[in-house]
Design a protein around this ligand. Sequence first.
Ligand code: IYR
Length: 219
Amino acid sequence: MGAPEFVPYTERYEPGIAPELAAERFHDVVRRRRTVRHFSDRPVSHETIEWLVRSATTAPSGANKQPWRFVCVQDAATKRAIRVAAEEEEREFYAHRASPEWLADLEPLGTDPTKEFLEVAPWLVVVFRLTRGDDGTNVYYGQESVGLACGFLLAAAQFAGLATLTHTPSPMGFLGDILGRPGHEKPFLLIPVGYPADGCLVPRAALSRKPLDQVLIRV
Ligand code: IYR
């Protein structure tokens, strides 16, 4: 290994306005994001999805190993297979696996085992976490890295005027089987991307945010 090389940091993004204002504007975009469970079948271009994934891949990752794969599903038969398998797991979850407390916590969201959005949304972005590099080398902080990348993807979709849902069927092993992914790729998150259905409703309970003084500690 040679000595590390460094290059000048030239690509800074300077919005040309005060950071207070720029940060407020960004907040005004992301604060409008709602998890949507009723999608329109209105198409979203492949190019759009590519840009979203490019944004996701700008996230920092442990030792820059980029331990992620984004399987972007548009094919109707594959979406159907994912829906069928997910609903099977969800039926188990709601009937047996979830604790009473968990079910009570979900009640205000009005979720149930029916996952029509898995067929209706034009794209399902299935995010996998690599437990090793494709060349067999180590990865580090995989959960954190992939979580950050997903956050970037959600923010990019919101900025593009698109709706997303962070769906976590549990267990998610069927996603690797249906999508034919190798063993070192573990399903992490399933993100339907598209436009909300006409008249889409979202649960009131999901609108509330903790006040800043409960989440921000100034020292
Ligand atoms: N995966 C189930 C249950 C579920 C769990 C949590 I935590 C949520 O925030 C929402 C739903 C489902 O998708 O219905």
